[in-house]
Write a protein that binds this ligand. Structure first.
Ligand SMILES: [Zn+2]
Length: 427
């Protein structure tokens, strides 16, 4: 017999889940599917729908100080730590119908399923739509989850977005109260579980329905600038060039090879990507005099990240020297650290999936998520569902409702099991 008083594992209502996905998909900027940018009127229409659905499923909905929409199923013991689930309802421009929203709607489906059994939790359960998880027009992402854990500073509030609006003003416009944010930092959360689409190809390729996230990668970005000698493409002999473009080409391959070697070392998920590269003066008939690139590095293991960052200096020097060029800049633009998911929560999720008969595999998240911030105040974990062809942040993003429903089935069992355990917020 499980926590919900039945031997049969509880299944969420697939038809209702589909209805909710369809309703949210309809709330998109016209001609630009599927777009619901944070802080826009369309975003607020999505929120209105969610708030109404939260209420229909018996939750008490409110907007917290950081502008998050929170639906609460009050527990029998108001003193007990809160169980939390959720994700985000905003999208990137022309993003998808599943990134973020899958975590809110599966949370709602799990709560609906539990309520319909007559189950009454001991712990309150919060379902959260975190404000602006995607990079916003203010140049900041994960605004709501940062705010919930006390990671929004006065500098953040002063960031300027469209129409010269300050971020704190925009949060107020969303129903938040930035002036109360310091005293609203949550210290009552006992566990957080976020369902999200994988946004990568692994689960589909291996035909595994659920990924249990081991950790969320740390991210570093480094700007590289190589300088040589610009010259006429027709008159400077091949033997007399200092071609900064060629030096960058060598460097790109060397960085890729070093990243492959690190990924093969078995220290967890590791990627390095050069997605921005420019040549100067960038003319078809000119030998490039300078080349600049930004390398994006993601590592589940902070030591692996440090080793790679240390290697970059050597590789840059070698590539420049080989082409008679010089290193003009190796500048670290940003660096965040990896976040490990809670081992006990991972085990609980694995057990719940097993009861349902769903195969799982551990998987690192190479993308950032609200869970990375919530992990600062509570044990946190994530469940990934397969993304068709690994595509995300694009209109083609797709995950079957059934795949998300399975994660919601597992979430319902995980939450009801957690409800019977003593819980404590993160130290
Ligand atoms: Zn997302």
């Amino acid at each position: 017999m499980n926590a919900l008083g039945s031997n049969v594992p509880l299944k969420v209502d697939r038809a209702q889940l589909q209805k909710d996905f369809d309703a949210l998909a309809a709330l998109t900027e016209p001609g630009k599917p599927w777009t619901r940018r944070s802080f826009t009127p369309m975003f607020l229409r999505g929120r209105d729908y969610l708030a109404r659905r939260f209420t229909e499923e018996g939750l008490t909905a409110h907007i917290d100080a950081a502008g998050n929409l929170v639906g609460r199923w009050a527990g029998r013991n108001p003193e007990a730590p809160v169980l939390m689930t959720g994700s985000h309802s905003d999208t990137v421009p022309s993003g998808g119908r599943f990134d973020g929203i899958a975590g809110i709607l599966s949370g709602l489906a799990a709560i609906r399923a539990m309520r319909l059994t007559g189950f009454q939790p001991e712990h309150s359960i919060d379902l959260v739509d975190f404000l602006a998880e995607e990079p916003s027009e203010w140049g900041l992402s994960c605004i709501g989850s940062r705010g919930m854990v006390g990671a929004l500073s006065a500098d953040h509030f002063a960031m300027i977005g469209p129409d010269s609006e300050r971020l704190d003003t925009a949060i107020t416009r969303m129903g938040g109260s930035p002036e109360n944010i310091a005293k609203s930092i949550r210290s009552d959360v006992g566990a957080f579980v976020e369902i999200h689409i994988e946004q990568g190809p692994v689960l589909e390729a291996e035909d595994i329905p659920l990924g249990i996230v081991s950790g969320i990668a740390g991210i570093a970005r480094v700007r590289l600038r190589l300088e040589g000698e610009a010259g006429h493409a027709g008159t400077v002999p091949m033997s007399m060039r200092a071609d900064a473009g060629m030096a960058m080409a060598r460097l790109m391959l060397a960085l890729r090879d070093a990243a492959r070697a690190e990924a093969d070392r078995g220290r967890g998920h590791f990627t390095a990507t050069i997605g921005v590269m420019k040549l100067e003066p960038n003319g078809a008939n000119v030998v490039p005099g300078a080349a600049e690139a930004v390398v994006d590095i993601r590592a589940e293991n902070d030591a692996a990240m440090e080793d790679y960052l240390a290697t970059i200096a050597t590789l840059v020097k070698a590539a420049a020297t080989a082409e008679g060029c010089r290193v003009a800049a190796t500048e670290r633009l940003s660096r965040t650290f990896a976040v490990a998911c809670d081992a006990r929560l991972q085990a609980l999720i694995r057990d719940a999936a097993e009861i349902h008969g769903f195969a799982t595999r551990p998987l690192a998240s190479g993308a950032g998520h609200d869970a990375a911030f919530i992990a600062r105040i509570a044990p946190a974990a994530m469940i990934f569902v397969p993304s068709k062809s690994g595509i995300s942040h694009a209109p083609e993003e797709w995950t079957d409702t059934e795949a998300i429903a399975r994660a919601a089935d597992v979430l319902a069992l995980t939450l009801s099991t957690l409800d019977q355990r003593p819980l404590a917020p993160a130290a």
